[in-house]
Design a protein around this ligand. Structure first.
Ligand code: NAD
Length: 351
């Protein structure tokens, strides 16, 4: 397997992918480029670094000389691009970083890869994106497919839509072998505490209110992160340049039902909870502005054309995830910093 550059490899999905790739392709050279923003955590990769499985570079994807140097010095053939500002609520509070990293950063990587590719004529550029670019579905609408028109509603999804369009254009204009994946909501280990599932697990453990937006009836389509990683591996190995593949687990769940499921699992699996039953902690809060009502993915193309299948049911994935948060307090507790608390209070109000 040729050398791979993984951007954003210290974040949630990126780090799970690094782990997946190192296991599946043990001899492949891996370079991780990550700016270590609030969402990046080098400790997540510490064991792999110690085993000499990867080269970690702290740096920004907007830094063109750095990206040029990494592509050249490591003879990179595959770019797997995860680095992004990824949290919708933060994009509402401050959109600028989203434009910088998601749009300008992706543009910088594409330009560097274009120059690198012109000398080698081999490689692939995988852009990891989201189903949120398609906007919001009504209750009876069919799930998003690769031909659904883009209709992003948050600064986050708009910035990802912009980057998707740039990636697409580099295939059509310059013939770069680019690939795009649009995936539904992921969950699993190493997920930053601000996101719905870890937030609920951690607040239950701390006996804090469980903030549920609006009426809790918003629907998300959940995929266990390891299944996303296997989809990305499949797309890198078998995907057709210039194509987009939607990835999802066909697991539509209403937010309130998901929180109730997590409460039940925590009550069953966690000893000594401060409040039991955990459901008593559920608190409805003012809805997120522009909150998309429903996302659902039709993953038929990647299944039929590339033979990918998810393997973890939502029941099993949630159980694994709860178990991971119960046994990794040393990972998530240090992330509940003063900065995190300030952000939290801005979004949900002080407890
Ligand atoms: P994350 O926020 O957990 O991680 C992002 C990583 O990117 C962090 O390690 C951060 O330090 C790094 N980063 C941010 N800005 C950078 C910059 N300018 N230069 C270099 N590194 C930078 O995000 P995630 O949830 O792992 O998402 C990864 C990718 O997958 C994103 O592109 C996101 O849009 C996409 N995606 C996420 C989901 C989901 O459910 N989380 C679903 C579909 C697609």
């Amino acid at each position: 397997m040729p050398p791979i550059l993984i951007t954003g490899g210290a974040g949630f999905i990126g780090s799970n992918f690094v782990r997946y790739w190192c296991q599946k392709h043990p001899d492949a050279p891996v370079v991780v480029l990550d700016a270590l923003t609030y969402a990046g955590n080098r400790a997540t990769l510490a064991d792999l670094e110690q085993q000499g499985k990867l080269t970690f570079v702290q740096g920004n994807i907007c830094d063109r000389p750095l990206v040029d140097r990494l592509l050249r010095d490591h003879d990179i053939e595959i770019v797997a691009h995860f680095a992004a500002e990824s949290h919708v609520d933060r994009s509402i509070l401050g959109p600028e970083a989203f434009i910088q990293t998601n749009v300008v950063g992706t543009f910088t990587l594409l330009e560097a890869f274009r120059q690198h590719y012109s000398q080698h004529q081999r490689g692939r550029f995988l852009h990891v994106s989201t189903d949120e670019v398609y906007g919001s579905l009504g209750p009876e609408d069919p799930p998003f497919s690769e031909t659904t028109p883009y209709a992003p509603n948050s600064p986050y999804s708009a910035s990802k839509a912009g980057s998707d369009h740039l990636v697409r254009s580099y295939f059509h204009t310059y013939g770069l072998p680019t690939l795009i994946t649009n995936c539904s909501n992921n969950y699993g280990p190493y997920h930053f505490p601000e996101k719905l599932i870890p937030l609920m697990c951690i607040n239950i453990l701390l006996g804090k209110p469980l903030p549920v937006y609006g009426d809790g009836q918003n629907v998300r389509d959940w995929l266990y992160v390891e299944d996303h990683c296997s989809a990305l591996d499949t797309v890198i190995l078998k995907g057709l340049p210039g194509q987009t593949y939607n990835v999802g687990g066909n697991n539509e769940v209403k937010n309130l039902d998901l929180v109730q499921l997590l409460c039940n699992l925590m009550d069953e699996m966690a000893p000594n909870l401060p409040v039991r039953p955990s459901q008593e902690l559920i608190t409805f809060v003012r809805d997120r502005p522009g909150h998309d009502r429903r996302y659902a993915i039709n993953a038929g193309k990647i299944k039929t054309e590339l033979g990918w299948q998810p393997s973890v049911t939502v029941e099993e994935g949630l159980r694994r995830t709860v178990s991971w948060y119960l046994s990794h307090e040393d990972w998530w507790k240090p992330l509940l910093s003063e900065d995190y608390q300030n952000y939290y209070n801005q979004v949900y109000g002080a407890d």
